[in-house]
Design a protein around this ligand. Sequence first.
Ligand SMILES: [Zn+2]
Length: 349
Amino acid sequence: MNGQIVDEPAQAAARGASPDVLDWQRPIVAELAARRERWPHALLITGPRGIGKRVLADALARARLCEAPAGDGSSCGRCASCRYVDAGQHPDLRIVEPVDMTDDVAKPVEWIVVDRIRALTRWAQLTSHRGGAKVAIIDPAERMNAAAANALLKTLEEPPPATYLLLVSHQPGRLPATIRSRCQVVAAPLPTTAQGAQWLAAQGVRDATALLAQANAAPLAALALADPAYQAERALWLKALAAPATLSVAALGLRIDAGPREGRKERLAAVIEWLIGWCADLARVRAGGTPVRNPDHGTELSALATSVAGLPLFRYHRRLLDQRALLAHPLQPRLVAEALLIDYRALFG
Ligand SMILES: [Zn+2]
């Protein structure tokens, strides 16, 4: 961890401009904006990955900071504050993410370290630049390491006036209970399939339904999966999984090591996701249902489902979930993938 972390105001560089509020979030944004004067000091925005929790946090921050809000509390989009927020330059808005800003280039890192939270605490004690509220977004909050979480707890225990913390988390269970108990939980709304498909179509995605299935109905996650290189890699792995008798563990393992070294963990994470979705679908098909995550591989799944026993499949699926939870820890991605593949092959005797 580098000690020289520059805490820029509202670093939006890593994310680009924030998109407008998503259709399925309009009711909750309206509800929270309407009572923006009575917000608790900390909101914990939870929900599955890829449904737009961060977009929601950005919209709420904008609504809270707006200097000419509409009667219902919603942001005007035209005042100086709204313009600063949109430009990623509002002095009273802080974004804390697991990135290292040394050399002025946002480099993703594993953890939000204590220095970042100490800087946030100092900022929280200062008077507001524009005389209004101050808002900080911590995203994802569960990536604070233990020392960082501890430092944040002090701020939550004695919150400075008119300062609001928006914690974003898809794994709130990984946050210390002491932090969770001091936040008001806001469950980010889930889109309907129609809303998700409509949003994807507006982003220029053609095969919205298939991508939504792969992404567990999370539209922003589905958009990330639209990358042709990702889809080609998925097709290759699923083809191998569909034929366990001829599956080459070594050849697939090498694919984890192919490409940039720092991408190995992400490639393993993708493989674990494919295995989880694939095995869950196998279980569904075994039980007479239809595949949810891989509807484009129904024939292959039906053929395989007759040659796998229920209990070992269940145990293997649980092991995949455990392995996914361990991804943040140091590990050797290729070896993990190979071990999972060996056990996968063994499921089919
Ligand atoms: Zn405004």
